[in-house]
Write a protein that binds this ligand. Structure first.
Ligand code: NAP
Length: 300
């Protein structure tokens, strides 16, 4: 049991709802193993008025920082005192560092994805062609990090094609190198998906029982890496479809762990810490399992 003293620092996650978040389990397990005197708490924020109050408290209390999740990743961008360029480009902040009462915004989602692709699939985006399914905040963060990792071409496919086009138009002048294109998530997308080296699901499709795969298994193939950002459940329709097609399939847990580990490394940079990804993964997986048991009991 960890002891909390008068000098214990704070970290946390701002969002709503937070009932199913894995972050407190994952981060507290890391702090325990690292011997860092910090506690990570859920910060339920029900609306934007509350968000202002909570951010003011985060500024003045001994917080090292906070993570930000749905629905506030875009809103907090303009509430930070300073924002890293990658977060500005992504249009979303998922990690805030508190430094001398100042709030500095980062986005670690894209870095988390690129790190997980390397760690779990040995995949280097350099010179490769990518299809991103979805055009929201997570897709934007992935787009920026994959482009910075020298992907050759990135195609954003979205249900609302105009939103995909707007994302590509917004960032294309800022990112040298990768060829960016957009399209809709219809049958016209088949060729782009088939030819991609990497397909990433950045939509919530897969989170709910009975959700279809965002693309059919027949569009996927051996030799491809297919990464789902969804991690609850781990085996989504897309992950099953990718396995069926002989592709390398990744669930969203690796990305979740790596984005959280990067947040810890930003908050505790002065101590030069390296977050224990294996410990964080085990804690997150255990929490997922416990959520699944609770659901089974409730539905029985
Ligand atoms: P967001 O900003 O709300 O964007 C959602 C995107 O999904 C939009 O492009 C939306 O399309 C599309 N979409 C929603 N419902 C759809 C449906 N039924 N069919 C097809 N497309 C649909 O959300 P976000 O923050 O980008 O997050 C996206 C997903 O990534 C979430 O499931 C989130 O939990 C996950 N995520 C995981 C990690 C991780 O660490 N593993 C990190 C970040 C996010 P329209 O524009 O047409 O509405």
């Amino acid at each position: 049991m960890r002891s909390i003293s008068g000098v214990t620092r704070l970290a946390g996650i701002i969002g709503h709802p937070l009932e199913h978040t894995l972050s407190p389990a994952m981060h507290n397990a890391a702090y325990e193993v690292m011997g860092v005197d910090c506690v990570y708490v859920p910060l339920h924020v029900v609306d934007e008025c509350d968000l202002l109050v909570v951010l003011a408290a985060v500024r003045s209390l001994p917080f090292v920082g906070v993570n930000v999740t749905m629905p506030y990743k875009e809103t907090v961008l303009c509430l930070c005192d300073e924002v890293a360029e990658t977060a500005t480009l992504a249009g979303a902040v998922n990690t805030i560092q508190c430094h001398d009462g100042r709030l500095i915004g980062y986005n670690t989602d894209g870095r988390g994805l690129v790190e997980a692709l390397a760690a779990d699939a040995g995949f280097d985006p350099s010179g490769r062609n990518v299809v991103l399914l979805g055009a929201g905040g997570a897709a934007a963060a992935a787009l920026i990090s994959l482009a910075l990792a020298h992907a050759n071409g990135i195609t954003v496919l979205n249900r609302d094609e105009g939103r995909a086009r707007a994302l590509v138009d917004r960032v294309s002048g800022q990112l040298a190198g990768a060829e960016l294109s957009s399209g809709s998530l219809t049958d016209d997308a088949e060729l782009a998906v088939r030819e991609a080296d990497l397909v990433v699901n950045a939509t919530p499709l897969g989170m709910h029982a009975g959700d279809p795969s965002p693309v059919p298994a027949s569009w996927l193939r051996r030799g491809q890496v297919v990464a789902d950002m969804v991690y609850g459940p781990l085996t989504t329709s897309l992950v099953s479809a990718a396995q069926e097609a002989g592709a390398v399939a990744l669930d969203g847990l690796g990305m979740l762990v790596c984005q959280g580990a990067t947040a810890i490394e930003i908050w505790h940079a002065e101590a030069g810490v390296q977050a224990p990804r294996d410990v964080m993964r085990a804690a997150a997986a255990a929490m997922l399992e416990s959520h699944a048991h609770l659901r089974e009991e409730r539905d029985a």
